[in-house]
Write a protein that binds this ligand. Structure first.
Ligand SMILES: Cc1cc2nc3c(=O)[nH]c(=O)nc-3n(C[C@H](O)[C@H](O)[C@H](O)COP(=O)(O)OP(=O)(O)OC[C@H]3O[C@@H](n4cnc5c(N)ncnc54)[C@H](O)[C@@H]3O)c2cc1C
Ligand SMILES: NC(=O)c1ccc[n+]([C@@H]2O[C@H](COP(=O)([O-])OP(=O)(O)OC[C@H]3O[C@@H](n4cnc5c(N)ncnc54)[C@H](OP(=O)(O)O)[C@@H]3O)[C@@H](O)[C@H]2O)c1
Length: 275
């Protein structure tokens, strides 16, 4: 099952190998709608933690069917990791969810994106604000030494509907303290604030509400946001991004970009209103 398959090809029929094909090394299913996988990394691929690339499979006419995916692994990692939704009728993910180690996917080695450390002015405390699969770029940035070299404190707020949907992020954060490469650097700089909105959990509520009410500052015992100290990166649905921007602006933060660094940056976790 080593050659690149078309999206309709569930048999082991060899198709052809494209220059941008990469081999799947591991796959892990987290829930019936979430999975992560790792692939070989093209030797020439350089990227900044937080960026995204186009990945995909061949469609049934043999043409590449590609979608944007945040690279969830840090820039120093030998492999590339992705964290994916499974959309039941999604052109790509209805098939991608069946990949297995040894299979090949297409990966266009042209990383881009705004969720990069260079797109923010220097600050003391960095906030990662994510819903759902929007945690993927922060899975990269949380594992990047530069994040902890540039900031005294990092706060990861991740909100999902259910507890099981938090697992990927929770296990990643737990693994950091024992990570031989960055464990010491992370130390107690990283504060993790996971919440659910539709299932009982120790911490609940939307990110927007927990910021506006001040609950997250109280729970973590930290000062409220201000423009001098705080920088933020946002990745979620269009509705979440829209609403959280207003909250960040209310704390005085301004939106920046690669070409114009300010106090916060935003990226869509996906296009569309919902499945
Ligand atoms: C910059 C950028 C980065 C992205 N990074 C990731 C990533 O790291 N992981 C990932 O799973 N997806 C990511 N996406 C979404 C991804 O590009 C695809 O939309 C997704 O893989 C579904 O593809 P599809 O062909 O199966 O369905 P599509 O036709 O692409 O989507 C069908 C519908 O499913 C919903 N949907 C799509 N993606 C998601 C999602 N991630 N979470 C919740 N609902 C969704 C939307 O309502 C969409 O209209 C990213 C999108 C953008 C723009
Ligand atoms: N997650 C599931 O179990 C599930 C199952 C089947 C289908 N779907 C569909 O898949 C699509 C994507 O689902 P998802 O759960 O990945 O993403 P989502 O609907 O964007 O929800 C993810 C988290 O973000 C919160 N949120 C949504 N809009 C927000 C806003 N404007 N401001 C602040 N927080 C906001 C949600 O809180 P709230 O709960 O308060 O909205 C939820 O905790 C949805 O359209 C859904 O219908 C999801």
């Amino acid at each position: 099952m080593n050659d690149l398959k078309t999206v309709n090809d569930t048999q082991a029929t060899p198709v052809r190998t494209l220059p941008d094909a990469q081999t799947v090394t591991t796959v892990r299913h987290w829930t019936d709608r979430l999975f992560s996988f790792r692939v070989t990394r093209p030797q020439s691929l350089r990227f900044r933690s937080g960026e995204f690339v186009m990945i995909g499979l061949l469609d049934d006419r043999g043409k590449p069917l590609l979608r944007a995916y945040s690279i969830a692994s840090p820039s120093w990692d030998e492999e590339l990791e992705f964290y994916s939704i499974k959309v039941p009728d999604g052109p790509l993910t209805s098939r991608l969810q069946h990949i297995q180690p040894g299979d090949q996917i297409i990966l266009r080695p042209k990383p881009v994106g705004t969720l990069v450390l260079d797109a923010l002015l220097p600050g003391k405390r960095l906030w990662f604000l994510a819903t759902g699969t929007g945690i993927a770029p922060f899975a990269s940035l949380m594992r990047d030494p530069e994040t902890y070299e540039k900031y005294d404190q990092v706060v990861m707020m991740h909100t999902c509907r259910t507890v099981a949907e938090l697992d990927y992020g929770r296990q990643l954060v737990e693994s950091l303290k024992d990570d031989p490469l960055i464990g010491e650097l992370v130390g107690d700089k990283l504060k993790y604030y996971p919440t659910t909105t539709r299932e009982e959990f120790s911490q609940m509520g939307r990110i927007t509400d927990n910021l506006t009410s001040g609950k997250v500052f109280d729970d973590l015992g930290i000062a409220p946001m201000d423009r001098e100290r705080d920088r933020a990166m946002v990745c979620g649905s269009l509705a979440f991004n829209h609403d959280v921007k207003a909250v960040l602006e209310s704390f005085g933060l301004r939106e920046g970009a690669n070409s114009d660094p300010q106090e916060y940056v935003v990226e869509k976790a996906f296009v569309g209103d919902g499945i």
